[in-house]
Write a protein that binds this ligand. Sequence first.
Ligand SMILES: C[S@@+](CC[C@H](N)C(=O)[O-])C[C@H]1O[C@@H](n2cnc3c(N)ncnc32)[C@H](O)[C@@H]1O
Length: 282
Amino acid sequence: MNDIVDVRENAARFYEKALKPVSDGACCGASAAKPIAIAAGYETDDLKNVPADATGNSFGCGNPLAFAGVRAGDTVLDLGSGAGLDLIIAAQKTGLTGRVIGIDVSEVMLARARTNAEQAGLSNIELRQGAIENLPVESGSVDWVISNCVINLSPEKWRVFREIHRVLKPGGRMLVSDIVADGLPDWILSNPDMHSACVSGALPAQIYLDAIRDSGLADVTVVDRLVYDDSALRVLVSEALPVSLDSLACSAGKPVEDIVGAVVAAVSGRVQSLRIAARRPG
Ligand SMILES: C[S@@+](CC[C@H](N)C(=O)[O-])C[C@H]1O[C@@H](n2cnc3c(N)ncnc32)[C@H](O)[C@@H]1O
């Protein structure tokens, strides 16, 4: 396996491990949403008719569809769709005259999203296995590309943006929520779990925005920005993500709690989530 495939597979396994066991599926609604979805910017209204399993297994860093002008009949493509939260919200907006396609490299995630879509009673969601760097999607076929906290994981971000440009219809729009970072220390950058946790693969904001423009997309705009405070970072590092800090703790000869503090201090103020809009000219 080469490095690029390794990174993709590591990310897939990392989030499969983070999935909570399938619930009995009886309950829907925001009351079951875990704080990560609410902290990421979803309103209770967004989550009202969404199965608890989809909100509880959301690993996003924003709400790409917030204030989006998705209309009935539109086609929406979600890159790295995970357990399906954004697919379900999008499918409720497009209605049965539209459709939503989710792409994920992980079969486990695709199966979970399929179950959640069925649970939500939505028949206009299609799941396809594939890599976001080489989308199994026809050129010029979608009105919207959305993505939530996935592109930072790709070692080939420039390819991903070129693919987004290719699959959008002329005039079609991209809305992504993603992590950008700057000035991270080497011990964070070289830790593979920190890459899978959406930290060390993140580009500085300016480079990320330039990569989008280089793909040919236009009107690139940062529409929202979320800077994590230290208490949110502490929850993400120590509870919300399956980051393995044991090896770091062992090699440093320190307790895991000290390592959590060191990670939070190292990334504090250096990591933020942006919601970015762009458009394919034409
Ligand atoms: C951080 S999770 C985000 C999932 C979802 N967007 C959400 O908001 O909950 C990253 C997801 O992207 C998938 N993924 C990671 N790298 C990928 C790639 N290169 N191509 C396709 N899917 C990928 C993972 O399997 C995982 O489901």
